[in-house]
Design a protein around this ligand. Structure first.
Ligand code: 6GU
Length: 246
């Protein structure tokens, strides 16, 4: 990623997202000039005198539908020709780390946050937006999802986590993350001082100083936890040459 990646968040609730974008990780990256993040209030693009952005659904039903005109105008105002436009929606394709890595290569990401009953279908058609979900549960709006996408992408930008090299473009290194994360499996347990807390001791091997043994232990634990909790991940995991026979 040569230029500073740009992320545009289009929302009816700028107040909801701005504190997060000024906070710890993302805010620090913005102040260092590593990320260009802009928030646009969709209501600024409403054209009628009531500043309306939603209306009742044709055919009846609950909730209000986001109107075409203001949303499409907002997208067209901010999106450059090669922007990736994503509409945050529980109906979308579930986000995963592979998609995040892909997104981190984009020049510009436009995150469209819905509220109410959803986007008029023609907004999606007209903007070419891809619908993205962050999991199988329902939020009242796309703002938290847009912030999740933003942070996931931000931490892959060189310098944001203190990683000077691009973790994405350097094909000779693995993506950023621990060995389990790189392999696409869950993390092993971690411990810090004290060595015993309420009678619970840190596993002996971690105090041994034997790094080969420690690596073996951690890998076995990561695999055990993944098998228990997310066996589905093992189907696509990159377990390397010396994967556990089992
Ligand atoms: Cl992207 N939006 C909303 N409203 N709810 C969600 C979601 C998105 N992802 C999971 N639930």
């Amino acid at each position: 990623m040569a230029a500073t990646p740009r992320i545009d968040i289009l929302t009816l609730f700028p107040d909801l997202v701005e504190p997060f974008l000024d906070g710890a990780l993302v805010g620090a990256a913005r102040r260092k000039g590593l990320l260009d993040i802009r928030v646009t209030d969709i209501r600024d693009f409403s054209t009628d005198r009531h500043r309306s952005v939603d209306d009742a659904p044709y055919g009846g039903g609950d909730g209000m539908v986001l109107k075409c005109e203001p949303v499409v105008a907002a997208v067209e105002e901010v999106a450059g020709g090669d922007a990736q436009v994503l509409a945050m929606s529980p109906r979308g394709r579930p986000l995963d780390q592979a998609r995040v890595v892909e997104l981190s290569g984009a020049k510009q990401i436009v995150l469209l946050c819905g509220r109410y009953a959803g986007f008029d279908e023609r907004i999606l058609q007209e903007t070419g937006a891809e619908e993205v979900s962050i999991g199988d549960y329902v939020l009242s709006g796309g703002e938290l999802a847009a912030l999740a996408v933003t942070e996931a992408v931000a931490r892959l930008v060189p310098g944001v986590l203190g990683n000077p090299e691009s973790p994405v473009r350097d094909s000779f290194s693995s993506p950023k993350g621990s060995a389990p994360a790189r392999a696409g499996i869950l993390e092993h347990p971690v411990y810090t001082r004290p060595p015993v807390f309420r009678g619970r001791a840190v596993p002996e091997v971690l105090l041994s100083g034997n790094h080969a043994e420690i690596e073996r232990y951690r890998r076995a634990e990561a695999l055990r936890i993944t098998r228990d909790r997310r066996p589905d991940l093992l189907e696509n995991a990159d377990l390397g040459a010396e994967s556990d026979p089992e």
